[in-house]
Write a protein that binds this ligand. Sequence first.
Ligand SMILES: *Cc1c(COP(=O)(O)O)cnc(C)c1O
Length: 473
Amino acid sequence: MPREGRGTGGAGLQAALRSLPSVDAILIWLESEPAIRGMPRRRVTEAVRETLAQERRRLLGAGERPSAPADALGIGRRVVAQLTRAGAFSLGPVINATGVVLHTNLGRALLSPLAQERLLRVAAAYCNLEMDIATKERGSRYSHVAGLLRRLTGAEASLVVNNNASAVLLVLESLARGKDVIVSRGELIEIGGEFRIPDIMRRSGAVLREVGTTNRTHLKDYVSAIGPETGLILKVHTSNYRVVGFTAAVSSRELVELGRARGIPVMEDLGSGCLVDLRPYGFPHEPTVPEVVASGVDLVSFSGDKLLGGPQAGIVVGRADLIERLAQNPVNRALRIDKFTIAALEATLYAYEAGTALETIPTLRMLTEPLAGIRRRARGLLRRIPAEVQRALGARVVEAHSQVGGGALPTLDLPTAALALGTASRPAQSLDEGLRAARPPVLGRLLDDRLLLDCRTVLPGDIPALAHAVSSL
Ligand SMILES: *Cc1c(COP(=O)(O)O)cnc(C)c1O
């Protein structure tokens, strides 16, 4: 502890600390402040205490000759500024100008207008979630999407849980608890955060039997690993990385043949389950859910909010008897989806069935938008920025590459158009900070010494707000 200075400095500090206004005095001053009206009282009191503590620390840190302490007015103004900057809510919209379409940290997939509408409807009214209204009997929440999933994937049955990680956990727990699960070493993946196949396997009580090597696994590796303890053969789609060069992997079809011959179910974790073939839009081939189902795999799992473009969910489709075992597992109750997920998922799947998915589901629309359209949006954005601001920030439209994100198609770069900002006197780093402080915050991409605002992921309706944020820099 620093010792208090002797004489006038110490006494001055004590006097300064004593003359700080009380919490109550500041709260009384704040009562007349319109910006604070309606804010939860506890939040205001906490902000007052924090600001007072900051001021006390400042005085103590100033040493022997503290400057004048802030009065109730000064502290009150700082509290108002802090509370209005923070806003009433923590979670809120941002403008995604990163070009990453499925940005996990920015909420992954956006919902189609139809999905938004259906979600709002069940939010505001009671609904037939688990009741067959005609018979008044108890129904199943999963029934609302079962028909759609059957027709769209070709699988007999389906179950939907909270996310794909829980889908994998549920399958392992239901079919392979205390048994061996055979997985290729080339597929022991980590999907960001805490999801690693070997970890989830341990948690489920299944025993991992790794076969093959990182780059090459052959059918004979699976064959020799099969024993009386084998409960499941698991294939994991390496959605977020690629093993290239001298590689070998066993196809789903071959694994299905092996599994059938030995009476062992085969599951494929497809990760980013796509329902449509995106090759006509210049994408490399990704196995679609219907293709994998057609290969005969017993169960396929995939995310609702990756390439599918719906709400967060984990969808399992496949053999009816196995799905029944998943549904009966008490663990399923802990992974149960709510009515909002079902409403949004039903509307999303409906668009696929109606043939409107590519135009109405934002993820698909953004991924397949031709460069010309993105370029038009970037030029439109530039035009809305006053010429002197353009000059000051070095603003110009450039061509760049955006990414799919969400661990899907990792090696793919999509040609895009972006507004580039940054000069020697207005460095990109500080412009990035400035845009993140805007309302709504704008997230761009720093590349070399420029800040790119990639227009692939900027919604047309966000262009005016984005132009305003840039012009206010
Ligand atoms: C993304 C992914 C998961 C996890 O899915 P979430 O829906 O994020 O839980 C699991 N497996 C694979 C192969 C993935 O790509």
